[in-house]
Design a protein around this ligand. Structure first.
Ligand code: GLN
Length: 229
């Protein structure tokens, strides 16, 4: 399972979310603490962020820990909304930039932490990659990210072995699901972090329950139970 992280709040440097924390995505790329499937996340990384209302992405199929160019530039990348991930490719899935989250439809940035049988997903020619996560992202974009909870419950019912932790941001909202893997939340004075696992040992991190949809907006946080499998 990959690990992902979302931010909605004041504009801050991407490096303070991804690289600087002692157990941030950089550390999670080689030593995740809560990963249940896979030992490390060396098959690529992606950092997406909103530049005003425009989503921008920097992705790579190489491990995050070795990317000295990103380490140099990340302190200068500032945003109020970030969706980032490190990848542990599912067996059989291609290791390529286009298979690496976040995916985008031009309005949302979206990451999938999990696995799904592509046989239960509609065939599409728009997905960026044949990777299960890219095909699932395309379905969610086609249905509308607002319907995320319904799509996850439907796909999870069609494939009872699926793990469907999704994280999406559009610059003014974060939407995330828990369906088979961990997700934690940190409410800070300057914003909210959603992350597959806490990036530090702050006792303020909250673990979110499985089979739920969480929505973060500037007005507050809503947690809704999904119809489980
Ligand atoms: N199935 C996706 C992939 O192969 C996501 C993998 C994961 O969450 N580790 O990239």
């Amino acid at each position: 399972m990959c690990r992902h992280l979302g931010w909605l709040g004041r504009e801050i440097a991407v490096s303070t979310l991804v690289l600087d924390p002692p157990h941030g995505l950089r550390t999670q790329s080689y030593a995740p603490r809560r990963q249940k499937h896979g030992l490390l996340n060396a098959d690529g990384w992606g950092v997406g962020f909103f530049d005003g209302t425009t989503p921008r992405r920097w992705r790579s199929a190489a491990p995050l820990w070795g990317d000295v160019s990103f380490q140099s530039v990340a302190p200068a990348l500032r945003s109020h909304c970030v969706v980032a991930a490190v990848r542990s490719a599912t067996v059989g899935m291609p290791i390529e930039v286009s298979a690496t989250a976040p995916f985008t439809d031009g309005r949302w940035l979206l990451s999938h932490n999990g696995i799904v049988d592509r046989g239960v997903l509609p065939v599409t020619s728009r997905a960026e990659s044949v990777c299960d996560s890219a095909v699932l992202a395309d379905l969610i974009f086609a249905r509308g990210v607002e319907a995320l909870g319904d799509v996850v419950a439907e796909v999870g019912t069609a494939d009872p072995h699926a793990r469907l932790n999704i994280l999406a941001g559009n610059g003014s909202r974060l939407l995330a699901t828990t369906w088979g893997d961990t997700l934690s939340m940190l409410r800070r004075d300057d914003g909210v972090v959603l992350a597959s696992e806490p990036y530090d040992d702050d006792p303020a991190w909250e673990d979110l329950p499985d089979c739920h949809l969480v929505e973060v907006t500037p007005d507050g946080i809503t947690l809704t139970a999904l119809k489980g499998p």
